[in-house]
Design a protein around this ligand. Structure first.
Ligand code: 16G
Ligand code: MG
Length: 568
C-alpha cells in the first residue's frame, strides 16, 4: 500500500496553522463558527474529503462552504456523501480529531492513524465537487480548501457559488452518471431543467397561480431562484425580494426563513409589498429551508412552517397513491422531531404513520428511508420526500387500469423528478407546495386551516457546558443533569399540561427550551386562529418556557448576577 504524500501535506499544512485557542466540532451542520477562524479547518476538511473519496473507491464527495442562516460573519463547511446525503456519522468524529490537531506534526500523525484505522487505500483516486454560498469570507476559505485538495492530489471540480441542495444534487448526479439510477445531468442547468420540467408537467392544464413572492434572504438562493425562474417561464410568476447578495451586512438580516420562524414575523421590508392573501415564502442563507406565509385583510400574519408543509404534502401524496390504485403496496409515512407542533402531529397521525427522531437532517433522512414514501420536515422548514428505489420501480412498472389511475400515477412519477430527494431544498419544496396548492385550488387560508397551531415558545439558555445535558426518547426527555426532568415535569403539570422539553443545541453553545400549550381554542372567549396574538395561552406558554429556562440556568450553575431577567 502506498503512503500519504507527507512532504507535500506538511508544506501545505504549515501554511494553514490551527489557532491555538480554538476547539472545533463537526456538529449537525458540519463545522460552523466565525469565518475568520476557519482557515485551518478548511484546509484539513479538504484533505479529509479526499480520504473519504479514496475510502469509497474514488466516488465523488461534496464539500459545501456555508453557514446557512447564521449571521454573515460566520461561515462553515460540511461534507456530502456519494449518494448526496450527509456525511456518515462515524466520520464526524474523524473530522473533529483532524480539525483539532494542534500542530502540523500532530495533524500528519492523526491522518496516518485515520488511514490505518479505517483501512484507506491511499493509491485509490480521490474526487470532490465543492461550492460556497455568497458570504464574503467564502473565497479565502475556498482557497484554503483547495490547498487541501492540492496537498493530497485530489481531482476537484469547482461548482462555484451555489445553494447547498444544488451541491447535494450534483454529488448524486455525478456518482450515478451513466447508471440506471442516473439522477439527472451533472450540472446546475441539469438541476433547473429537471425541476422545471417536472413542475410544468404537474401543473399542465391548471390555472396559472397568482404571483408568489420569494424572500431570498439576500443569499445564494437569489441567484438560484432567478435562474430557476428563467426555466419556469410563465408556468408560475415569481417575484424575487431580498436579492442583495453583494451588499455587506444584509445576509439573513431581518429576513430569511430562520428570521421568520424564530420571530414568527414577516421580514419587515415585505410588509408593504404583500397584498392581502398573497402567498410569500422565505429561503434561508443557503436555500435549504423554506417558510411560507401570508397576511390577511387586517394585516395579520399567518405562518406556514415545515409542519404545515409536511401536512399539505403528505396528504396529497397519500391521495395520489390511493387514486393510482397502489395503496395496498405503497405505504407513506412521516418523520418529525420534538419541535413539530403538537397539532401537526395529531393531524398527521390520524392519517398515516408518524415517527419522531432527534433534531438534524441525518436522523430524519435515515428514518424516512424506512418508508416506501417517506415525508420528513423539521418545523424550521427543512425537509423533503424520499421515494424508495423499489417504490420508484413499482411506479415505473405499474399498469393503471383506468384513466384516473393513469393520471395519478403520472403525477407521482413527476413528483419523484420535482423533489430533490438528496436533502431539503427550499426551491424544490416551494415548487412542490405550489403544485399541491394548484391541484387543490387552495389559497394560503385553506392550507392554513388544515389544523391550527398550538401556541409555542422557544427560549435559548447560555450555559457553560451544553454537553452536561443529555437526552433520550428523541430528545423529548433529559437523562442528565440528574433530577432536572422530574422538576420540568412538575412545572408542566402545574401549568395544566402542555409540553416542554430541553435539549442541547448541536450548532451553538446553548441549551434550547421548547414549550407548547395543550389547548388552543376559546382562550379568551375568541376563536384562536393562529399562534400570533394576545391569547392567554401565548402568555401561558411564554411563562412556562421562561420558568423551564430558569430551572435550566440554575441547574447548570449559571452566575446568579447574570441571570437573564426574563427567566422566572
Ligand atoms: C442544523 C441542522 C438542522 C437542525 C438545526 C438544529 C442539518 C443539515 N441542519 O441546522 O436540521 O434543525 O441544526 O440546530 O442537519 P440546533 O441543534 O442548534 O437547535
Ligand atoms: Mg440552511
Amino acid at each position: 500500500m502506498s503512503k500519504l504524500p507527507f512532504q507535500t501535506l506538511k508544506a501545505f499544512s504549515d501554511a494553514h496553522p490551527k489557532p491555538s485557542n480554538r476547539h472545533f466540532q463537526y456538529g449537525t451542520a458540519g463545522f460552523r463558527t466565525l469565518g475568520s477562524t476557519l482557515d485551518s479547518v478548511m484546509f484539513r476538511v479538504g484533505v479529509l474529503a479526499g480520504l473519504r473519496s479514496k475510502r469509497l473507491d474514488g466516488k465523488t464527495i461534496g464539500v459545501m462552504v456555508t453557514a446557512s442562516h447564521n449571521p454573515e460573519q460566520d461561515n462553515g463547511v460540511k461534507l456530502v456523501d456519494p449518494r448526496g446525503e450527509m456525511l456518515e456519522a462515524s466520520w464526524e468524529g474523524h473530522a473533529t480529531v483532524l480539525a483539532n490537531a494542534a500542530t502540523t506534526d500532530e495533524f500528519l500523525t492523526a491522518l496516518d492513524a485515520l488511514v490505518k484505522a479505517v483501512k484507506i487505500d491511499v493509491s485509490k483516486p480521490a474526487r470532490v465537487v465543492y461550492a460556497r454560498d455568497t458570504r464574503s469570507s467564502g473565497p479565502a476559505l475556498v482557497a484554503a480548501l483547495e490547498d487541501g485538495f492540492k496537498a493530497l492530489g485530489i481531482e476537484a471540480r469547482d461548482a462555484g457559488v451555489t445553494t447547498t441542495p444544488i451541491l447535494h444534487y450534483l454529488v448524486k448526479a455525478i456518482n450515478t452518471k451513466g447508471t440506471p439510477e442516473s439522477y439527472g445531468e451533472d450540472s446546475e442547468d441539469g438541476y433547473y431543467k429537471k425541476l422545471s420540467g417536472a413542475f410544468k408537467k404537474l401543473v399542465a392544464g391548471k390555472t396559472e397561480p397568482e404571483p408568489l413572492v420569494i424572500d431570498c434572504a439576500n443569499g445564494v438562493g437569489a441567484h438560484a431562484a432567478a435562474k430557476l425562474a428563467e426555466y419556469l417561464g410563465n408556468s408560475i410568476p415569481l417575484v424575487l425580494e431580498n436579492i442583495a447578495t453583494s451588499t455587506p451586512g444584509v445576509l439573513n438580516e431581518s429576513c430569511g426563513a430562520d428570521y421568520v420562524k424564530t420571530t414568527q414575523r414577516l421580514p419587515p421590508n415585505l410588509v408593504d409589498k404583500l397584498k392581502p392573501g398573497q402567498r410569500a415564502c422565505s429561503l434561508d442563507g443557503d436555500a435549504d429551508r423554506l417558510m411560507y406565509y401570508y397576511l390577511d385583510e387586517r394585516g395579520h400574519f399567518y405562518m406556514l412552517d415545515g409542519d404545515k408543509i409536511a401536512a399539505l404534502v403528505a396528504a396529497f401524496i397519500v391521495d395520489l397513491v390511493r387514486l393510482a390504485g397502489l395503496d395496498s403496496e405503497i405505504k407513506v409515512g412521516v418523520v418529525q422531531t420534538a419541535y413539530a407542533n403538537g397539532a401537526s402531529t395529531k393531524y398527521l397521525s390520524e392519517r398515516l404513520p408518524v415517527k419522531c427522531v432527534p433534531t438534524g437532517v441525518k436522523h430524519l433522512h435515515h428514518a424516512a428511508e424506512h418508508y416506501n414514501i417517506g415525508v420528513y420536515f423539521e418545523a424550521n422548514g427543512h425537509g423533503t420526500v424520499l421515494f424508495s428505489p423499489t417504490t420508484q420501480e413499482k411506479l415505473a412498472k405499474h399498469e393503471p387500469s383506468t384513466p384516473a389511475q393513469s393520471t395519478a400515477l403520472n403525477h407521482l412519477i413527476n413528483l419523484t423528478q420535482l423533489i430533490n430527494q438528496t436533502v431539503g431544498d427550499a426551491l424544490s419544496d416551494m415548487l412542490l407546495v405550489e403544485v399541491v396548492l394548484t391541484h387543490k385550488s387552495y389559497s394560503g387560508v385553506e392550507w392554513n386551516s388544515l389544523y391550527a397551531d398550538l401556541p409555542n415558545r422557544l427560549v435559548k439558555v447560555v450555559v457553560s457546558d451544553r454537553n452536561a445535558f443529555r437526552t433520550e426518547d428523541a430528545e423529548r426527555r433529559l437523562v442528565s443533569p440528574h433530577g432536572l426532568q422530574t422538576r420540568i415535569d412538575e412545572l408542566v403539570r402545574r401549568y395544566g399540561g402542555g409540553r416542554s422539553f430541553v435539549r442541547p443545541s448541536g450548532t451553538e453553545d446553548v441549551v434550547r427550551v421548547y414549550a407548547e400549550a395543550s389547548v388552543r381554542s376559546q382562550a379568551d372567549g375568541k376563536d384562536y386562529p393562529h399562534v400570533i396574538g394576545t391569547s392567554t395561552y401565548v402568555v401561558f406558554v411564554t411563562e412556562l418556557a421562561f420558568r423551564v429556562a430558569g430551572l435550566v440556568y440554575d441547574e447548570a450553575g449559571g452566575d446568579p448576577s447574570r441571570r437573564p431577567k426574563e427567566f422566572l
